[in-house]
Design a binder for this molecule. Structure first.
Ligand SMILES: [Fe+2]
Ligand SMILES: [Fe+2]
Length: 263
């Protein structure tokens, strides 16, 4: 199966005129167009949070309008920039009662969508309620290939400015993951950079953003720098437990060239 992952679209309300480095809304329109044109087409699009910039009603409205042409089902998780209630009202997911987590059964693959957000705060947290929910969700998927999706990465990236707002109680998360043998992949957002590591032996990645990126500065205490790296989304191809991740760039002006020797 093929799964597309979009993250950190940070949609803005054009009426508010908020400052932006790139045209966030146009970038999502391009991504939607590119996903619709994928061949083979992904079976679902997983959106791992920060879909709006401030959670304002006008931003949610824009987000809905920009996602309307998407011809692939969407699984949505909130990030620290989203508004929880607006998110719950906008997306039709099997939400947990106390938080915006869900479990999706895609047949070949189960996805456990874990809400890591704390209203009013940028850092994430696996609180006791969600830790228990995660254990129950993973028990429910036992014996079936499963991925966990979440906004805040459960690892330190070495980008200190971003690590200051990473997942709280990541050690508790890693412990839960280590108790199950059916978790094949952990998919995150938030970093605005493509990063890969392992957590309890499971390949764990953050997807590139469709908007600005965070400068790659691994010096201790480095301040955050926002840069215009190529943006896009990822395609995860899953076949018999084997995961291959490809990156699709958008808005790069790339033109395919066939070299003379290959014609
Ligand atoms: Fe973000
Ligand atoms: Fe975030």
């Amino acid at each position: 199966m093929l799964l597309a992952q979009l993250t950190d679209t940070h949609i803005l309300d054009p009426e508010r005129g908020d400052e932006q480095m790139v045209d966030n809304n146009h970038r999502l329109a391009l991504a939607v167009e590119a996903i619709n044109a994928e061949h083979p087409r992904p079976e679902v699009v997983l959106a791992t949070g920060d879909l709006t910039n401030n959670g304002h009603p006008g931003e949610m409205e824009q987000l809905e309008q920009l996602l309307a042409p998407l011809e692939v089902p969407l699984l949505a998780l909130p990030g620290n920039h989203d508004d929880q209630e607006a998110f719950r009202a906008t997306f039709d997911m099997a939400w947990a009662d106390d938080h915006l987590s869900w479990v999706a059964d895609l047949g070949e693959l189960m996805i456990v969508g874990l809400d890591t957000t704390v209203p009013g705060q940028h850092p994430g947290l696996l609180d006791a309620t969600r830790e228990q929910w995660l254990q129950e969700a993973l028990t429910e998927t036992a014996g079936r290939p499963t991925a966990i999706a979440m906004h805040h990465p459960p690892f330190l990236s070495g980008l200190d400015a971003m690590d200051a707002s990473t997942l709280g109680r990541a050690d508790a998360f890693a412990k839960v993951v280590s108790s199950y043998d059916n978790i094949q992949r952990i998919l995150c957002g938030h970093l605005h950079r493509p990063v890969v590591t392992t957590v309890s032996g499971v390949t764990t990645s953050s997807c590139l953003s469709t908007v600005h990126h965070v400068g790659l500065n691994l010096n201790p205490g480095a301040k955050i720098e926002l840069i215009r790296d190529p943006a896009g989304y990822q395609l995860h191809r899953v076949s018999n437990g084997n995961w291959i991740t490809h990156t699709r760039y958008i808005d790069t002006g790339e033109v395919a060239v066939v070299p003379a020797w290959a014609r």
